[in-house]
Design a protein around this ligand. Structure first.
Ligand SMILES: NC(=O)c1ccc[n+]([C@@H]2O[C@H](COP(=O)([O-])OP(=O)(O)OC[C@H]3O[C@@H](n4cnc5c(N)ncnc54)[C@H](OP(=O)(O)O)[C@@H]3O)[C@@H](O)[C@H]2O)c1
Length: 258
């Protein structure tokens, strides 16, 4: 496979960091995006050392509405097109809807929904023009049912799953691929950021970040529209399809408790 330019948001930790290693091992050129410059630079050094790959770091805060356009402009000025966009950056927050900080909820919608949509809108036309590459969107098993006590987060991920599946169909007759990775609870910084680490879901169902990233990477390489890593997660997402929503939301509320 010819070398591709791969832009990964949220590459400073967790699933995004593991995805960066997988793409770098292929010899792809990487563009790493997140807020923490030190983490990105450390990863960039590691990838250059271990894989001899070219790496560019873009420090950006996706809570800012201007960030996607600024990222696009920086990449364009470098003269290299983005072949693969990995929309991975995201965060959650657990708690009753009316008690969580409204600014944090708005930021979550910006980072988890608006920024990936805007980045896709900016980069996808070039991919279609060149008839290569594609987008890997990171949703969650949260995408498959409503999530009491994490209502906004679950809704953002339902958006990503729906958006991703729809785009996959729109580009079906091209060589451009759109894939969606829907992980269940995974050991990263996410659990602590979202105050989820002590919940039943995180205490009983966790996977490591590497196999989760590998499942997403493999699905993307094979042109699969959706992958749910882990047998238990696949059974869970399948089960909710056969359950009335009234039951699914009760089960989710239960696993969201500590
Ligand atoms: N871990 C899980 O259980 C789980 C389950 C299902 C889905 N997911 C999804 O997987 C994706 C990756 O999360 P993770 O588990 O790897 O968590 P993580 O270790 O917390 O990584 C999140 C990444 O997103 C970046 N990010 C967060 N806010 C940002 C902002 N405002 N601007 C730019 N970058 C930002 C972080 O970088 P900086 O802090 O340096 O900005 C970090 O690189 C997320 O979309 C998450 O919703 C996670």
């Amino acid at each position: 496979m010819s070398q591709e330019n791969v832009l990964i948001t949220g590459a400073s930790s967790g699933i995004g960091l593991e995805l960066a290693k997988l793409f770098a091992a292929d010899g792809d050129r990487l563009i790493l995006v997140a807020r923490r410059a030190d983490k990105l630079e450390a990863l960039a050094d590691e990838l250059r050392r271990n894989y001899g790959t070219q790496v560019q770091v873009i420090v950006a805060d996706l809570r800012r509405p201007e960030a996607p356009q600024e990222i696009f402009d920086v990449v364009q000025s470098g003269g290299q097109p983005v072949d693969v966009l990995v929309n991975n950056a995201g965060f959650g927050a657990r708690g009753r809807f009316v008690e969580l900080d409204p600014q944090r909820q708005a930021d979550m919608i910006q980072v988890n929904v608006t920024a990936p949509t805007r980045l896709a809108r900016l980069f996808l036309p070039g991919m279609l023009q060149r008839n290569r590459g594609g987008i890997l969107n990171v949703a969650s098993t949260a995408a498959f049912q409503p999530g009491p006590y994490m209502s906004v987060y679950y809704a953002t991920k339902a958006y990503i799953l729906s958006f991703s599946e729809a785009l996959a169909e729109e580009v079906r007759r091209t060589n451009v691929r759109i894939s969606c990775l829907a992980p269940g609870p995974t050991i990263t910084e996410f659990g602590d950021v979202a105050d989820m680490s002590a919940t039943k879901a995180f205490r009983h169902w966790v996977m490591e970040a590497e196999p989760v990233a590998r499942a997403g990477y493999n699905a993307f390489r094979r042109g699969k529209a959706l992958v749910v890593p882990g047998k238990l997660n696949r059974v869970g997402t399948l089960a909710v399809r056969f359950m009335p929503l009234s039951l699914a939301r009760k089960v989710t509320a239960w696993i969201q408790q500590t």
